[in-house]
Design a protein. Structure first.
Length: 255
C-alpha cells in the first residue's frame, strides 16, 4: 500500500563515491523510505556500493538515475535543498525540524525531491534556485561538513520523526500535521509559468528592459516565494490568468 513516504525522493546530485551511495541507500531504508534518485552517478558502481548498502540492495537497485537536476525534479511538485553554506543568493533556510514537518505535510499528496549536493562542492547556486527552501544540519563550526550518508540519515530520521509525531501530539500545532494539503503544480509546469510571469513583468515595465542583474534578482525571489508556498491547481491557473490579462492589455504574449 502506497503511503506518504513513497512520495519522498532522496536525490543525490553527482555523488562520486559508490560506497557513499550504498550507505545512503541503507540510511533511507533504515528510516522506512524507498525512493533514491541519482543525478549523474559514477559510470561504474563497485562492489563497495553493495557492501555499504547491507540489506538495502532493493533500494540501491531500484534507484532512479537521471542526467541532470532539471530532469530529476521536473515531475516533482516540491523541491527542498540541503546545504551547510549560507549566503544572500541561497534563499530561505529552515531549521531541520521545521523543514522536515513541511516535507511530511506536503508528501501526503505531492512528490517531494530532497536534494543532497556533491561530496566536495555541495549544490551549485543554479540548483539552489530550484529549491523552495534549504535545510542545514547544526554542526561544530570547526568541522561543519558531514559525510553524505550521515547527512541523508539525519534528514531521513527527522522526516520520519515528523511522520510519527503527526496526529499523536495533543498540541494544536502538531495536530495541524494531519491536515492533508492539496495537489500542487509540478516543477515542469512551474517553469512555463515563471517564463510567462517574467514576460508579463517586462510588459508592465516592472522588470527594467536592460538590467540583467535586477531581472535575475526579481525572478529568483519570485521563484523562491512561490516555490516555498507551493501552488495549487487553482492558484497556478490564477497566475496564468493574470499573465493572460496583462498580455492582452499590453499586446505582448510569449511567441
Amino acid at each position: 500500500m502506497k503511503t506518504w513516504r513513497d512520495n519522498v525522493y532522496f536525490t543525490l546530485v553527482e555523488p562520486r563515491e559508490p560506497g557513499n551511495i550504498g550507505a545512503c541507500a541503507r540510511a533511507i531504508k533504515n528510516m522506512d523510505f524507498k525512493k533514491l534518485c541519482l543525478v549523474n552517478p559514477p559510470s561504474l558502481m563497485t562492489d563497495e556500493a553493495q557492501w555499504f548498502a547491507r540489506n538495502s540492495l532493493d533500494v540501491l537497485d531500484a534507484a532512479d538515475n537521471r542526467d541532470s537536476v532539471h530532469d530529476a525534479i521536473r515531475d516533482k511538485h516540491y523541491v527542498v535543498g540541503t546545504s551547510r553554506r549560507r549566503g544572500k543568493r541561497r534563499g530561505a533556510f529552515l531549521p531541520v525540524e521545521e523543514g522536515s514537518r513541511r516535507i511530511f505535510e506536503i508528501a501526503h499528496k505531492n512528490k517531494v525531491a530532497v536534494l543532497f549536493g556533491r561530496e566536495d562542492r555541495g549544490l551549485f547556486n543554479e540548483e539552489i534556485e530550484e529549491c523552495a527552501f534549504l535545510m542545514t544540519i547544526p554542526a561544530n563550526k570547526k568541522q561543519p561538513s558531514l559525510n553524505l550518508a550521515q547527512a541523508v540519515m539525519i534528514i531521513a530520521y527527522e522526516i520520519s520523526k515528523a511522520g510519527m509525531r503527526g496526529g499523536k501530539d495533543k498540541n494544536t500545532d502538531e495536530r495541524m500535521l494531519t491536515a492533508t494539503p492539496p495537489k500542487m503544480a509540478r516543477q515542469e509546469e512551474l517553469v512555463i509559468l515563471y517564463e510567462r510571469l517574467e514576460n508579463a513583468l517586462r510588459l508592465i515595465e516592472y522588470i527594467p528592459p536592460d538590467d540583467k542583474v535586477i531581472r535575475r534578482k526579481i525572478m529568483q525571489n519570485l521563484k523562491h516565494c512561490l516555490g516555498r508556498a507551493g501552488l495549487t491547481d487553482w492558484e497556478f491557473n490564477m497566475f496564468h490568468g493574470i499573465c493572460k490579462r496583462i498580455e492582452k492589455k499590453m499586446g505582448g504574449g510569449i511567441k
